[in-house]
Design a protein around this ligand. Sequence first.
Ligand code: MG
Length: 373
Amino acid sequence: MSKFNVILPCGGSGTRSGLSYNKLLLNVGGMPLLEKTLNIFYHDDVTKIIIAYNKDDLGSIKQIIKGRENILLCEGGVSRTQSIKNALEYVEDDCDFVIIHDGARCFLSRECLERSMRDAVEYGTSVLYVNSVDSLRCVKDKISSPVDRNDIVRIQTPQIFKKSEITQAYALAKSDFSDDATLYEEYIKKPIHLTLGSEENIKVTTPADCEKINGGYLIGNGWDTHRLDVGRDLILGGIKIPHDKGLVAHSDGDVLIHAIMDAILSAMHERDIGVLFPDSDDKYKNISSALLLKEVLALAKTKGLAVKSISAVIMAQKPKLSPHIPTIQSNLANIMDVEENCVSLSATTTEKLGMTGREEGISVSSVAVLSKI
Ligand code: MG
């Protein structure tokens, strides 16, 4: 079994990302970007990870690696090349391969990593690449000419080398290299082996990348139940459904819209509709829930969020709702100003069991997915 050490050059200030702090500390799905990158290397064959840090970030990085025993910190240098040179000093004596990986490539998949490690063992080196899907042109002296994209690949990290060779190459390096494979070829004089990477393995570099990362989906769920009684209209999703009973409430009792609103509010980490539109407030008496839904969506908009998808299950023994589902879906899509296929409803009886089964009330369970506008 080959033994691998990982070097993460994290000495940059992240100025290109447009953030006021190092992009490696950016929150990605609830954890700092660097922590997400470190998690990729929870691997039996990886025995040590060396982080070349920027001393401004030392406190934050120490927090991130708390409790992780196989991680060692070393001070980064003035350049990436210098940072890796420093880190190579700490590589374990008995390690066979060194994996050099950008700290900001936190989306490297386990599959790509393992493919690369296997290739390194077989061929001595492994450098991840992706093909270019765009047409390419070469620009010289303001004149452009076409380039065959089949002749070009884009290089990613990780790049994996034998410890002895990469140590030798860096010891010989007299200038800065932005890419380890180029440095290796320059000083070791051997071709590198290319391993197929992935388009998902992006390096967070610009504000747009940061946006993309933080622009993931938000999910929330909501539930509501209302009692059925005579003398009330039955309103579901803003549509009046013919029935001898309706839902009792301070508002119009639209249990479906209520559950949807709570799901949307939950996705944006807001309190529920009971807090937002209290039933002690007369201005909400008999109010159309569709109007309240519009208010909730306006709130989402102020947070830069939009509804991507709504799913709801209506639990009612009677009336039979199936024929009304397309109309309700269409009306909800209209209220929310989304495509019809963003709203999915289903209706079920509860087999005459429980409160809904006894036709005492109707319940709705809903899930909302929001995304950045
Ligand atoms: Mg309600």
